[in-house]
Design a protein around this ligand. Sequence first.
Ligand SMILES: Cc1cc2nc3c(=O)[nH]c(=O)nc-3n(C[C@H](O)[C@H](O)[C@H](O)COP(=O)(O)OP(=O)(O)OC[C@H]3O[C@@H](n4cnc5c(N)ncnc54)[C@H](O)[C@@H]3O)c2cc1C
Length: 590
Amino acid sequence: MLGWPYWKKNSSWRIALEKFHDALIIGSGMAGLRAAVELAQETSVAVVSKVFPTRSHSGAAQGGITAALGNEEEDHWEWHMFDTVKGSDYLADQDAVEIMVRDAPRAILELEHMGVPFSRNHRGLIAQRAFGGHTRDFGKAPVKRACYASDRTGRVIVDTLYEQCLKMGVVFYPEFLLLDLIFQKQRCVGAWLLDISRGEALRVWAKSVLIATGGAGRLFRTTSNCFGNTGDGLAVVLCHGIPLQDMEFVQFHPTGLRGVGILLSEAARGEGGVLRNGLGERFMARYAPQILDLAPRDIVSRAILKEIREGRGVEGQPYVHLDLTGLGEKRIKERLWEVASFARIYGGVDASLEPIPVEPTCHYFMGGIPTDPDGRVLGDGKQSPVQGLFAAGECACVSVHGANRLGCNSLLDLVVFGRRAAKAMAECIKEAPDLPPQDMGEPHKPERLQKLLQARGPETVPGIRQDLQGLLMDHCSVFRDEKGLLAALEGVLELQQRFTRLGLGGGGRSFDLEVVEALELEHMLVVARVVVESALCRKESRGAHFREDHPQRNDALFLKHTLVFYDGQEVRIDWKPVKITRFPPKERTY
Ligand SMILES: Cc1cc2nc3c(=O)[nH]c(=O)nc-3n(C[C@H](O)[C@H](O)[C@H](O)COP(=O)(O)OP(=O)(O)OC[C@H]3O[C@@H](n4cnc5c(N)ncnc54)[C@H](O)[C@@H]3O)c2cc1C
C-alpha cells in the first residue's frame, strides 16, 4: 500500500493496488450479503459498499418479510402468488413469482437458523401479521403473511447476514464506490472502485460480478430512502449499453411522515391503524371496500391524494392522518416501537394519543437491470446473458413486482434471488478464464474522476440535485400526464447540460464527499432521464404508473415490459412480453 500521507493537494488521482477475487459483489444490502454468504461456502468473495456494510439501506426495512408459513391462519403459496401477480397489475413475470413464493418458507427458516430473532406468536412459532394486498383464498380477506422482528426486520436480518459473512471470511471494501465496470471481450471481468477514505482509485479483477446497489429513491424530493439510493448500479450498467426494464414504475408509499417523508411502516395498518381524512372519515372505504386500509400501495397513495385534491385534507393542508390511537400503548410499544419513535422524534406526535400526519413518499423502484431468475444480466433485456455479470435486489428486475410491489415482498425477493444469483455465479466462476487476465491493459485512470477533479464551473451539486428532485416530484410522481412528463424531460436535459458546467472545490482527497456526491448526481441524472422517457411512452395507467391523460389500463397495447437503452446521447425504447402462466389478467379491484 502507498504510505501515508501519499496524497498531494490537486495532484491527479492515483491507482493503488490491483486486487483479484473470484466473486465481486457491489452492494452490501440484504441482496449482496445473502449472495456473499452463499458464495463464501465455495469461493473467495469480496463485497464493496459505499457506506459501512451494516448501514446499507436494507437495515431500515421495518415491517417484515413475506412467506405463506400459515403460522397464524391458513395460507398457501398459490394465494401468495395470486396476490403478488394481482398487486403487480399483471405485469410481473409469473414464472419468477412462482419461484419466489414457493421458496419463501424455506428462505425464512434458513434465516431463522442463521440466527435472525423473529418475533414469536403464543405457540412459539414465527409471528406473522397482515400487510397491504396480501389476502386469503384469492382475494377474499386480508391474511397474516409477513414474518417480522418487531418493526426492525431489516436491521436484524442485515446484522445476521453480516455476522455470517465475517464468520466465513468474506472480504469487505467498506466506503468504496463503484466507478465503472470492466469488460474484456464482452465479458465482465471486474470493476473500478474509488476508495473514499483515501481518495485512490482501485482496480479489482473478478471472475464474476454481482450488482446489488439498491434503488434510486433520492431522485425525488420526498422520499423514504437513505442518502445512498442514487441509482449508481443502474446508471453504470445502462452506460455500457445494457437496457433497464420497467423504469416508469416508481412506488410511492402512502404513509411518509408529513414534510420529511420518513417511512411509517405499513405494519402500522397491518396492526390495525387506519387512515382518516380532514373530516375524520375512514376514507379507504370509498376506494377498496373489501380490504380498506390494507389495499396495495398504489391504490392507497392515489386515494390519499384524491382526498386532498377534493378538499378533504386535514385543515385544508396536503396531508391526512394515520390513526393508531385505537391500538393501545402496549401494542404500539411491542410491535410498532420504531414507527412511534419516528412520529415522536420527527413529528412531535405521541402515536398512542394523537393521529400522525402523513403524505405519500417515494419508496421503491419496481424496474431495474433485467435478469433471468438466476440473476444473469440480460444484455438485450430479453434473453442474452452478459458473461460474468449478475444483478439482484432492488436494482434488478427479475420482474416479481411488475407495476406495483406488495409490502414485505422486497425482502423476500432479496434473499431468494440473492441466493440464486450466487449459485449461478459459482457455476460461472468454474468456467471463467484464470486471473490475472492475460491483458491487463494500461491502468487508465477513470476518466470521470479526472474530469470532475478539474471541474471549475459555476454550477453546484446541491443546486442541480435540488432542481432534479423538484422536477421529478412535480411531474413524474403519483400522477403523471404527457405535458408534465415533457416538461420533466426538457428539465432533465437542461440539468445534464448544467452538469457539464459543474464546479468543485478541489479540496483534499480523503473523504472528499463533494466528489462522491457529484458522481452520484451524474448517475441520478441518467436514471431520471430513462424514468421519464419510459413513463412518456407508456400511454396507459397500470400499478404505480398513473397517467391522468390515459387513466385506464390497456392490456391490448401495453401488457408488456419496457426496455430502455441509452447511448450517452439518445434514449431508445423496446418492449418484451410478460410471462403469464397461471393467472390471466383481470380487472383489479379490492
Ligand atoms: C424505510 C423503508 C422500509 C422498508 N421496509 C420494508 C419491509 O418491511 N419489507 C420489505 O420487503 N421491504 C421493505 N423496504 C424495501 C427494502 O428495504 C429495499 O427494497 C431493500 O432493502 C433493498 O435492498 P438491496 O440489497 O437491493 O439494496 P440496499 O439495501 O439499498 O443496499 C445497496 C447497497 O449498495 C451499495 N452501493 C450503492 N451504490 C454503490 C456504489 N456506487 N458503490 C458501492 N456501493 C454502492 C450501498 O452502499 C449498499 O450497501 C423498505 C424500504 C424503506 C425505504
